[in-house]
Design a protein around this ligand. Structure first.
Ligand code: AHR
Length: 511
């Protein structure tokens, strides 16, 4: 009789008739640090990201600024604790000549931004403006060098201009332009999407170009340059293979990867009025990140088993149709709970792969694609994505705790995806944080977490949730979605029970 019961239970279980979410957290097996740079951002001269979103010029009559940069944006980004900011592109980077953006405003040339709507670029926001902004934000700059249409000398000069403390033509020029001390920029990208807008190169050709440019970009003083190779698009594994094979590893600190969650490049769908079917497809694309970082890392392991070269995902996020009535080339989209769970799931993936993934940059920071901030004249709102990035930032520089997860599936028609993703870490103060994202559009997830290797006395948390998946903050209702206290977790001995509502993100703190 007992055996019959067991057989029945196993059969019901294997049919998925009673589903169960089960996590085993190994609190004493942490080895790798979650680099804070996984929480990086990206700002391009594209649409209303730099001009309007960040920089509105000195003496703006309506918007309070610091050196021409919006004060509301500065304050919001300081609170977010952004560790690095990539600039000036994107595709724009391989058309950008940095000397156009230094010196007296009146002398700066006006150019055409050929990638993004052929709009006029007057170069009023340049190297000094960007690097000074990074100092105000307490963030590290990540400069994307022009390899597609610039010269080796031009990029070598930019390094000297920003970093050299001694006497040289470039440091002299910097001083003449009002900056005595160098900024000491560590992160340098050598081109962007070299397989596409950065020059339509083949990987073998780009690997040679990389070697040439990297040779003349010299570290000065105690600023050791961290050089980043323009990486693959999505599943172009051959690109990573060739770069890892053909570039000497003493010239290479990181290989990049770009992956956008886009339904169909010809029919991306609306950012707010999407269907569950479109939502599911976005989640499928986002979940592909797990496979991408695993497989690109596997290739890197083959050439670099000691993981000296990092994988950095320096463009990621959701990409939808622009808001009706806005310029198609400006990539301005709203941001809903779909974006919140996309961010939660993706950050969980990055954190669980933190032995190789050392940096990531959400595209883009203000008013473009999956932005954390949207602006409209003097108004500014924080998006659901901002709140997830803020809730998760407790993991920065903490030790990743390995876990195993058994999760219910989120099913739609004949498609299915894991409903839950999770990542965990222990910080220097000994606090364990667990982040849970439930992407299921209709069902809450009840989860049992088996806490192994540590004893905890208390749990508290925060949640980001909403009434509908399409909910979002607007300039009229800016705080419709914001994190609230979460009381849905109960701790009993080494077991934690949690209930996460549909399309919600929860971060727990255990002490
Ligand atoms: O983020 C928008 C664009 O997407 C970037 O300029 C480019 O690198 C990518 O294709």
């Amino acid at each position: 009789m007992k055996n019959l019961h067991l057989t029945l239970l196993l059969t019901i279980g294997s049919l998925g008739l009673f589903a169960q979410n089960q996590i085993v957290l190994n609190a004493d097996l942490g080895k790798h640090t979650i680099s804070k740079h996984i929480y990086g951002h990206f700002s391009e001269h594209l649409g209303r990201c730099i001009y309007d979103g960040i920089y509105v010029g000195q003496n703006n009559p309506k918007i309070p600024t610091v050196d021409g940069v919006r004060k509301d944006v500065i304050d919001a980004l300081i609170k977010l604790k952004i560790p690095n900011l990539r600039w000036p592109g994107g595709c724009f980077a391989d058309t950008y000549h940095w000397k156009d953006g230094i010196g007296p405003l009146a002398n700066r040339p006006t150019i055409v931004n050929t990638w993004w709507g052929n709009v006029t670029e007057n170069n009023s926001f340049g190297t000094h403006d960007f690097l000074n902004l990074c100092e105000k934000l307490g963030t590290e700059p990540y400069l994307s060098g022009n390899v597609g249409s610039g010269t080796v000398q031009e990029l070598a000069d930019w390094v000297q201009y920003t970093n050299f403390d001694g006497v040289s033509p470039m440091s002299k020029l910097r001083k003449e332009n009002g900056r005595e001390k160098p900024w000491k920029v560590r992160f340098w990208g050598l081109g962007n999407e070299a397989w596409g807008c950065g020059g339509n190169m083949k990987p073998e050709y780009y690997a040679n170009i990389y070697r040439q440019y990297a040779t003349f970009m010299t570290s000065t003083g105690n600023t050791r340059l961290y050089k980043i190779a323009s990486g693959a698009s999505d599943a172009d594994y051959n690109w990573t293979e060739v770069l890892m094979r053909d570039i000497p590893h003493n010239m290479l600190d990181a290989v990049a990867l770009h992956h956008y969650s886009v339904i169909d490049w010809n029919k991306k769908g609306p950012s707010t009025t999407f269907s569950e079917d479109q939502y599911f497809t976005t989640m499928q694309r986002a979940y592909q990140m797990e496979e991408l970082v695993t497989r690109h890392s596997n290739i890197m392991d083959k050439y670099d088993p000691n993981k000296r070269v990092d994988l950095i995902v320096d463009e990621w996020g959701g990409w939808y149709d622009v808001e009706p009535g806005t310029n198609g080339a400006f990539l301005y989209q709203q941001n809903t709970m779909r974006d919140a769970v996309l961010a939660g799931m993706t950050l969980n993936i990055f954190q669980n792969h933190c032995d190789r993934v050392k940096m990531a940059n959400l595209a883009q920071i203000v008013n473009v694609l999956q932005a954390v901030i949207l602006t409209k004249e003097e108004k500014m709102i924080l998006t659901p994505t901002y709140h997830v990035m803020e809730m998760y930032n407790v993991h920065q520089e903490a030790t990743m705790l390995p876990l195993t997860i058994q999760t219910n599936q989120y099913k739609l028609d004949n498609r299915q995806l894991p409903a839950l993703t999770c990542s965990a870490s222990k910080n220097k103060e000994g606090v364990t944080h667990i982040s849970l994202t439930n992407i299921h559009a209709r069902e809450a997830q009840e989860i049992t977490i088996d806490l192994r290797g540590a004893k905890y006395a208390s749990v508290n948390g925060r949640i980001l949730t909403a009434a509908t998946l399409q909910d979002h903050n607007t300039f009229e209702n800016p705080e419709k979605i914001k994190p609230t206290a979460y009381n849905g977790a109960t701790l009993s001995g080494s077991q934690l029970k949690v209930k996460v509502p549909p399309f919600s993100v929860v971060v727990l703190a255990l002490k």
